[in-house]
Design a protein around this ligand. Structure first.
Ligand SMILES: [Zn+2]
Length: 277
């Protein structure tokens, strides 16, 4: 079953509540009214239609890593610079830092998954739609160096609406090359690299490090690709098939290896680590 939903969505924490006391929320896919506490316990998956709500990086860390967290490395303090004086960028960064308590859309650190040591990299959609700038590239690269040094697997979970961050111009595009070269270093050193693709992973992120893993795992219904379906339709002037660029469609085409519901991500990765380590 493919999800038919609108393209632009805010992350879960930003969604408008349907009731003043936040007790109930409406599923964005099937419109079922759901008891918020049930959804929270159900990994933010709609029990009625299996729709996976967009969630932030803290929740993913909770769901996947032992003890619900990881040790963020010194790169956490890397500050994004507005080196192009892009209109409104500096103000936006300041506002987002206060709101999300994050320094950037990306985070990287050590963690454990069922006692297996891993380097975990994650993007957070709340921060400029999980877009890739200079800080993301540096954090990703740093994680790769740590992975090689410690000889432990590298896992990257992505959600990115636009891919490369336009506010950083060519510098953000260069992160595609930087992260790709970093993945090649992982390969040279025989380090296992796993991608977890969540809705949406698009643009330069999908066209670089997010699609280069040894194993690509996607959440159900996630939109994954370079250009969005609307842009492609307008360009080729043809109607696209149902479910185009969704996880299930890409699984059939061999572009992802597994479609795994959010509540089974941890056990699935743990099995892979057991088999391949
Ligand atoms: Zn639903």
């Amino acid at each position: 079953m493919f999800f038919q939903r609108k393209e632009t969505k805010l992350p879960q924490t930003e969604q408008k509540r349907e009731t003043p006391d936040n007790l109930w929320i409406k599923c964005e896919n099937c419109s079922e009214i759901l008891y918020r506490k049930h959804i929270e316990k159900n990994y933010w998956i709609c029990p009625n239609c299996n729709y996976h709500f967009r969630i932030n990086s803290d929740l993913y860390l909770n769901y996947i890593l032992d003890g619900g967290g990881f040790i963020e490395e010194y790169v956490y303090n890397l500050e994004t610079k507005d080196f192009l004086n892009f209109p409104g960028y500096a103000e936006k960064l300041k506002e987002l830092k206060e709101k999300t308590k994050l320094n950037d859309a990306s985070r990287v650190g050590y963690g454990k998954i069922d006692n297996f040591d891993v380097i975990f990299f994650i993007t957070d959609f709340r921060f400029l739609a999980g877009s890739m700038g200079a800080v993301l590239g540096e954090k990703f690269f740093y994680g790769v160096l740590k992975s090689i040094e410690k000889k432990i697997p590298y896992i990257a979970l992505t959600s990115s609406g636009g891919g490369a961050r336009m506010h950083e111009g060519i510098i953000s595009l260069m992160q595609m090359a930087k992260t790709t070269l970093a993945v090649i270093e992982l390969r040279k050193n025989s380090i296992l690299y796993i991608n977890i693709l969540t809705d949406p992973t698009m643009g330069g992120v999908m066209a670089s490090f997010a699609a280069l893993g040894d194993i690509l795992i996607a959440e159900p219904g996630a939109l994954l690709g370079f250009a969005g379906p609307r842009v492609i339709e307008q360009t080729i002037k043809e109607k696209l098939p149902e479910g185009f660029q969704r996880s299930e469609f890409l699984l059939k085409k061999g572009q992802v290896d597994l479609v795994v519901p959010r509540n089974e991500l941890k056990t699935t990765i743990s099995k892979i680590l057991r088999l391949l380590s």
